[in-house]
Ligand binder design. Structure first.
Ligand SMILES: Cc1ncc(COP(=O)(O)O)c(C=O)c1O
Length: 458
């Protein structure tokens, strides 16, 4: 039996949770069109839908809430956040946004022209959709090993730099308004990117004159992976590692609902003053005045505190070990997961677990439905429901290489016994795996269909 790390905090306030009866779960799921996003949270026992905005804030963060300055312009809380962002990320210019996708929307509105290409290791779904909404073409150039779930390599989020360079030459740098990398790589299993790879990617983008932006949602977990796994970094602090990472980039955006452990918030930061002016104009149109950007002063204050707490090494050590603990328990059952375990989540290989369900009947959706019916557990499909799309040129359906289900761990929220319960439910699903049906879609919107699609069992 793997061992669970001791939490570097104790519990001061509790929130009751309830396991509805099996009959209640069956009818709640049917009523939700078999889409877990539509199930009321009160009907969920263990909620592993996302690690985004679901963390438990600390006593310091709650104290920060009380210190929030709610002035419309130039609030003290804005300047505190500005200082913190400068200290960690080194970007002189930034705007707060209400969350990560708002930053993506602004960047896409300003930089993406129709039929231009935007490379990354793997774009997350909201990034992908924001680029497509501006008729841009997101391109994923992650190292091929990312598609081998069992390959146990330390930096599976790395970009394929040989492919990147060749691809830029054949696409033409004039057709690439900016390049990105996502740390850690959420869509590919929460896998980290090495400093060596970040340096190589930065060098290539800059050699071709392409601005480099980092999607920094889980940068602190990535920093700690670098400290643990990359030669030459064990003696550096996570702050020093973060400073080094962001010195390589021209800008970054962050959904701060992840590694800054706040319930709402984000930002878009950059070095270029000209771009900053345009960003401010766009922000005023869509989010709010540049010193609050759609957030309250108290949110800015909690974010500044949370950014620093998110880099705390005793917290990060516990965090990565807790995720690894759940991964080990699931592997003991025999269920394949993406290896090694990433920072924020376990990615179950639903395609392998439900090998009797074809891709067009959504094995990942079948697994999230089974988890809810068997145990009131909520996970999220990261497979064909989320990513299958029509090729704009041929009209053919393109399916992703992996059919995954993500069990994301909210920060500082669940204990060892919650995770043991999840492993026990997975064991009972494993024991009767051939009995679960696939699903078909009966309603879907044009973009980001996984949030609101409705399904029927086949
Ligand atoms: C890598 C990545 N980028 C961007 C986003 C979008 O952030 P938000 O949900 O705050 O809009 C997410 C959210 O999960 C993410 O994981």
């Amino acid at each position: 039996m793997p061992s669970h790390p001791a939490e570097p905090f104790r519990i001061k306030m509790v929130e009751p949770i309830r396991l509805p009866s099996r009959d209640e779960r069956i009818s709640a799921l049917a009523e939700a069109g078999y889409n877990l996003f539509s199930v009321p949270a009160e009907d969920v026992f263990i909620d592993l839908l996302t690690d985004s905005g679901t963390g438990a804030m600390s006593q310091e963060q709650w104290a920060s809430i009380m210190r929030g300055d709610e002035s419309y312009a130039g609030a003290r809380s804005y300047y505190r956040l500005k200082e913190t962002i400068l200290e960690i990320f080194g970007f002189e210019y930034f705007v707060p946004t209400h969350q990560g996708r708002a930053a993506e929307n602004i960047l896409a509105a300003l930089l993406v022209q129709p039929n231009t290409y935007i490379p990354s290791n793997m774009h997350f779904d909201t990034t992908d959709a924001n680029l497509r909404a501006r008729c841009g073409r997101p391109v994923n150039l992650v190292n091929n090993v990312a598609f081998n779930p069992s390959a146990n390599v330390p930096f599976k989020g790395n970009m394929d730099t040989v492919m990147l360079e060749e691809w830029i030459k054949s696409t033409g740098k004039e057709n690439i308004p900016f390049g990105c990398i996502t740390i850690t790589n959420n869509a590919g299993g929460g896998q980290p990117v090495s400093m060596e790879n970040l340096k190589a990617v930065s060098e290539i983008y800059h050699r071709f004159g392409i601005p480099f932006f980092i999607d920094a949602c889980r940068y602190a977990e990535n920093c700690y992976f670098i400290k643990l796994r990359e030669p030459g970094y064990s003696g550096k602090t996570t702050m020093e590692i973060a400073n080094e990472i962001f010195s390589l980039a021209d800008g970054a955006w962050m959904s701060s609902k992840k590694d800054a452990i706040v319930n709402i918030g984000g930002f878009l930061a950059m070095r270029d003053e000209g771009l900053f002016q345009k960003v401010c104009n766009e922000l005023i149109l869509r989010e709010g005045f540049p010193t609050y950007g759609g957030l309250a002063g108290r949110d800015l204050e909690a974010l500044a505190t949370g950014l620093l707490e998110g880099l705390d090494e005793s917290y990060l050590d516990y965090r990565l070990k807790q995720t690894a603990y759940l991964g080990e328990r699931i592997k003991e059952i025999g269920i394949p997961i993406i290896e090694p375990t990433g920072g924020h989540a376990i990615y179950l290989d639903a395609g392998a677990l439900f090998s009797h369900i074809p891709q067009n009947e959504y094995p990942g959706q079948a697994l999230v439905a089974a988890l809810y019916i068997e145990g009131g557990i909520r996970g999220v499909e990261i497979g064909s429901v989320m990513f299958a799309h029509k090729d704009p040129d041929s009209g053919e359906m393109i399916y992703p290489k992996l059919e995954l289900v993500r069990l994301a761990l909210p920060r500082r929220v669940y204990t060892q016994s919650h995770l043991d319960y999840v492993a026990d439910i997975l064991k009972s699903i494993w024991d009767q795996r051939d009995s679960y049906p696939g699903y078909r879609i009966v309603y879907e919107p044009e973009l980001l269909r996984h949030f609101t699609a409705r399904f029927q069992p086949v």
